[in-house]
Design a binder for this molecule. Structure first.
Ligand SMILES: Cc1ncc(COP(=O)(O)O)c(C=O)c1O
Length: 275
């Protein structure tokens, strides 16, 4: 059980012990070492609420704690992990004897082709040898990287300064990271040159804009298209703002072309959540 502050740990530790479960107790630290490019995605950004600042660690703070957790990376390669460890190692060293494990959180893009997995393996072995601690990683996104597509349909093709395409995919409802990060999702088969459209969702939010995309052929109402790499954070972050329907979840077998519907959502899912 990992706590985000010393006070939280002190408040709940008696309950944990009273329950007589054999639970390890961890403290999430804030290494105060930024590797994130975007502040919103950087748990070490100034005044962050995520993790107990490593500069405030003391024997008292770590009373009852046998694991250290940190999560500071976001879609990153190996080197930022190494630099983060270099930044905290000496500050944690006085406590290695009382600890059992160290957890380096998520944000490691370990399934990406260019990730230096050999360096990661050597790093984990080194940390284990140097500290005597068990090492955990908890990658999320990397598990499902490039594993799913989100299919949309063109609903209308108005013009206003540019060629617009209103589609049944909403940035704010189905791909909120497009607005939050922000980022531009890759489209399957996007052309380098051709007909350019500004794609936007059906919600009332003026900023529900997915981005500008180029198609080899002019779009027609009813045309379908797909955004790539949408299985991880898109699926868990969907919402029904404005009553925009949730996408159906389906499994497609690329060898047999079989399509299996896993879950379909209806108006009742939206209605029942609200009343
Ligand atoms: C504590 C913690 N661990 C692991 C993860 C997974 O991160 P990712 O999906 O970037 O690998 C997150 C995501 O925010 C997290 O907050």
């Amino acid at each position: 059980m990992i706590f985000n502050s010393a006070a939280q740990k002190d408040r709940f530790l008696p309950n944990v012990r009273a329950a007589k479960h054999n639970v390890d107790v961890g403290l999430r630290i804030n290494p105060e070492h930024s590797e994130g490019e975007v502040e919103k995605y950087d748990p070490c950004a100034p005044c962050s609420r995520l993790g107990f600042p490593v500069s405030q660690l003391s024997a008292e703070v770590l009373t009852g704690v046998n694991g250290i957790h940190m999560h500071t990376l976001c879609e990153q390669e190996f080197e930022p992990l190494q630099r983060t460890w270099n930044a905290v190692k000496d500050k944690l060293a006085p406590y290695f004897d009382q600890l059992k494990w160290i957890n380096f959180g998520g944000g490691h893009h370990i399934t990406r082709e260019d990730y230096d997995r050999e360096a990661l393996i050597a790093f984990i072995k080194d940390v284990r040898a140097e500290t005597g601690l068990e090492v955990y990683l908890e990658p999320g996104e990397a598990v499902a990287l490039d594993a799913g597509i989100l299919i949309g349909e063109v609903l209308d093709l108005p013009k206003n300064g540019v060629d617009l395409a209103i589609v049944d995919i909403s940035a704010t409802c189905h791909m909120p990271d497009v607005i939050e990060a922000p980022y531009r999702p890759a489209m399957l088969g996007e052309a380098k040159e051709g007909h350019k459209y500004r794609l936007g969702g059906p919600s009332c939010l003026a900023g529900d804009v997915i981005g500008d995309y180029t198609r080899a052929e002019p779009l027609q109402i009813g045309d379908r298209f797909a955004f790539l790499d949408q299985a991880h954070y898109s699926m868990v972050k969907t919402n029904t703002f404005n009553g925009v329907p949730l996408p159906t979840i389906a499994l497609w077998n690329s060898e047999s072309d079989e399509l299996k519907i896993i879950r379909e959502f209806s108006y009742n899912d939206f209605l029942n959540r609200l009343s």
